[in-house]
Structure formats: structure tokens, C-alpha cells
Design a protein around this ligand. Structure first.
Ligand SMILES: Cc1ncc(COP(=O)(O)O)c(C=O)c1O
Length: 382
């Protein structure tokens, strides 16, 4: 049995592995093929063995919020008051609720394209106006266009910046200097910041994640932080995330959406996230080392393949934003590679207008699978 078939045979509920036919290697949605931390498995098995799947006691939720707040302090040197944190089913749900409760219909919302597609959908679906501030690719990699950001933030109806940090799909890990400039601009124009930090743990040294809430004590009251253990610990199917508000006022506005409509988070998912954040770091460390090797392997492939393929290696995330514009797949890289290489990437245009001619590749897989995938891509493009 091939490595792909072995994984597929165990992943019968996984959309990553089930969406495409058997001969296709999936490298699209952001799940990893690297298992889960044993501490998470132990936690879940114990609950099942004990038949302990009733309604959760309040401590389950508060232990999770405490684990989140302790982690932000220990890992990122950022104190976040647990009393201003809540659990939420998923990050995208929290983005939608934040837009509905913290902005008004027709308000302008800034996003930095190319961007994780639900950012675009949630702004459109909630009847807000999309204000795109495309990142700019330079010799140093992807950079923020601060002049344009200043201009968009200054538009009278702009009320919120939806930040993705680290950034999906480019893998940029923003520096202190960059984030300070973003905070200064948003502060000047009284623009709120909702920062999606779901990829905060997947960062390759010497880069390091800086929570936006840590940037300026004066501005912190106008920041909403969204995160989750689901990306770093590969448990997206469990559905659980955390929202932290910079002030009680923001929390109150967000909670104006009826709690039953927001829904409650499952006990196993909260226990799994707590186990991940309190006991999962050895697993995370070895997973990060493997992801880094995969990233470097991919970089060598792109540089040495001579196929016209280009990219700026990601500083974080396990996602590669690949530029196919000078290859024979330029017209539609995702469709071309699905049919010619039997490799499923995410289509660039889903990430906004700048994504035409691009596609996103998820390299969080076994090295053998990555190697097979790149061999197929190389053959199809040559
Ligand atoms: C930036 C970003 N935000 C949110 C999500 C999804 O989070 P959730 O499943 O909690 O909605 C992803 C998934 O890839 C992501 O990359």
C-alpha cells in the first residue's frame, strides 16, 4: 500500500482526503497529515472510556480560557485578561459575529489580499464593504503597503481591519516594526482591529509571532484576538476556538448576538484544546521541525526546478503561495495540476483578485508524499 493510501484508509471523515478521487494527492485545505499529539488522544479516550460526555461543567470552559491566557503570556509575553475571553465554535464564526456586532452595515473593512477566502466572504455576506489592501511582493518577500493602508483607514466609513497574522496564504510573520505602524494608522483613524492568530504557533525561527494585542497598551482596548489550537495541533474537526476582547465594551457588543445562536462548544473539543495548550508542546516542537524541513525541501524544488515557478518562502504556516504566472499552468494552476499532475491545490482566485495565476499548496504532509507531489508537479510543468 502506498503512503497516500495508508493515510486515506484512516481518514474516512476527512474532507482533505475524501473530496478528490484516489489517484489525487490532496494539498489543499489546511489540515496536516501528521497525526495528533498523544496527550490529546489520551484526553479524548479517557472521556470516552469513562462515558463522560454529558453537558460540561463551567470549569471546562474556564480551564480552556486560562490555558489560552497562560499560553499567550508564556509563549508570546502578552498578558490577556481571562475575564475578557470567551470560547467560540470556530474562528470564522467569530469573524462573522465580530463584523455583525462591531461594525455597521456598509462600513468599510480592510483586508490584506491575497487572503484566506472566508475573510472575503464574511465581509460580503454581512453587507460590509471590502477595502482591499494588497500585500506587495518585493525582494524581501511580502510587505504591507502602508500608504494604501493609511488611505483606506482614512475613508470615512472604514471601521475595522481584519488582520491575518501570521498571514494565510503568504506565510508572512509580521515584525514588531510593521505591527507598530499598523497600530499607529488604525489608532489615528479609530479603526478597530480583529486579528486572526490561528497560525501563531507555526512560525519558523528566526521569525517569531507577536500578538497584535501586545503592540500598544493604549490601542489594546480596540483589539479583538481570535485563535484556536486547531491548526497547530491538527484538530480542526473538533471545532473550538477562543475570542479575546481588549475591553468589556467590545465583549458586551459581541455578546449581543443571542448565545443560543452563537451555539455552545463541545466538551471534547474544549478538553482537547486545553490538553494541546498545556501539554502538547513536545509534539508541536517535533512537528514544527518536520514542517520546516518540508518548507526547505519545497524551496529547493522551486529554486532549482527551472520551471518558471516562483514563491517567497513562508516564515510561518504550512502553506506555500506559489506563483505559476510564468509556467504553462498560468491560466488556471489549480485546474491544470489537478488534471495533469493529480495534485489538488487551493485555487488562487479564491484568495482575491491578486490570486490569478497563483495557487496555495499545503506542505503539512509526510516527506515521501511531498516528494511524490513535487515530482508530479515538476513532470506536469516541464
Ligand atoms: C487564517 C485562518 N483563519 C481561520 C481558519 C479556520 O478556522 P476555523 O476552522 O476555526 O473556522 C483558517 C483555516 O485554515 C485559517 O487559515
Amino acid at each position: 500500500m502506498s503512503v497516500e493510501d495508508a493515510i486515506r484508509s484512516k481518514r474516512g471523515t476527512s474532507t482533505k482526503w475524501m473530496r478528490y478521487p484516489r489517484d489525487v494527492i490532496p494539498a489543499w485545505i489546511a489540515d496536516m497529515d501528521l497525526g495528533i499529539a498523544p496527550v490529546i488522544a489520551q484526553e479524548l479516550i479517557e472521556r470516552i472510556d469513562n462515558g463522560d460526555l454529558g453537558y460540561p461543567c463551567a470549569e471546562v470552559e474556564s480551564r480552556l480560557i486560562d490555558a489560552f491566557s497562560d499560553r499567550y503570556l508564556e509563549r508570546f509575553n502578552t498578558p490577556l485578561d481571562p475575564a475578557l475571553g470567551i470560547v467560540s465554535t470556530d474562528v470564522v464564526q467569530s469573524i462573522v459575529i465580530a463584523l455583525m456586532t462591531l461594525t455597521k452595515p456598509n462600513d468599510g473593512v480592510i483586508v490584506q489580499t491575497p487572503i484566506y477566502p472566508p475573510f472575503l466572504q464574511s465581509v460580503n455576506d454581512t453587507g460590509r464593504r471590502l477595502r482591499e489592501n494588497p500585500l506587495v511582493q518585493t525582494d524581501r518577500g511580502w510587505e504591507i503597503n502602508f500608504d494604501e493602508l493609511e488611505k483606506l483607514a482614512g475613508e470615512p466609513d472604514t471601521s475595522l481591519l481584519l488582520l491575518c497574522s501570521p498571514h494565510n496564504p503568504t506565510g508572512r510573520v509580521f515584525t514588531q516594526t510593521e505591527l507598530v505602524r499598523v497600530a499607529e494608522i488604525c489608532s489615528r483613524h479609530r479603526v478597530l482591529v480583529v486579528t486572526d492568530e490561528i497560525h501563531c504557533d507555526i512560525v519558523f525561527e528566526p521569525n517569531y509571532h507577536i500578538p497584535f494585542a501586545s503592540i500598544s497598551p493604549e490601542f489594546a482596548a480596540r483589539v479583538v484576538t481570535l485563535t484556536s489550537a486547531t491548526k497547530s495541533f491538527n484538530i480542526a474537526g473538533l471545532r473550538c476556538s477562543v475570542v479575546h476582547f481588549g475591553s468589556a465594551e467590545l465583549k458586551e457588543c459581541y455578546e449581543s448576538i443571542d448565545s443560543h445562536l452563537r451555539g455552545s462548544v463541545s466538551t471534547p473539543s474544549m478538553l482537547a484544546a486545553t490538553a494541546a495548550w498545556t501539554k502538547g508542546d513536545n509534539w508541536l516542537k517535533s512537528t514544527l521541525a518536520l514542517l520546516r524541513e518540508n518548507r526547505d525541501y519545497l524551496t529547493t524544488f522551486v529554486l532549482e526546478s527551472g520551471l518558471g515557478l516562483k514563491y517567497s518562502p513562508p516564515q510561518g504556516t504550512y502553506l506555500a503561495w506559489l506563483d505559476f504566472r510564468e509556467t504553462k499552468a498560468a491560466a488556471s494552476p489549480q485546474e491544470f495540476l489537478l488534471s495533469e499532475a493529480k495534485v489538488a491545490l487551493s485555487p488562487g482566485p479564491d484568495f482575491g483578485q491578486p490570486g490569478i495565476g497563483w495557487a496555495r499548496l499545503n506542505f503539512a504532509t509526510k516527506p515521501e508524499i511531498l516528494s511524490e507531489m513535487l515530482e508530479r508537479i515538476g513532470t506536469a510543468l516541464s
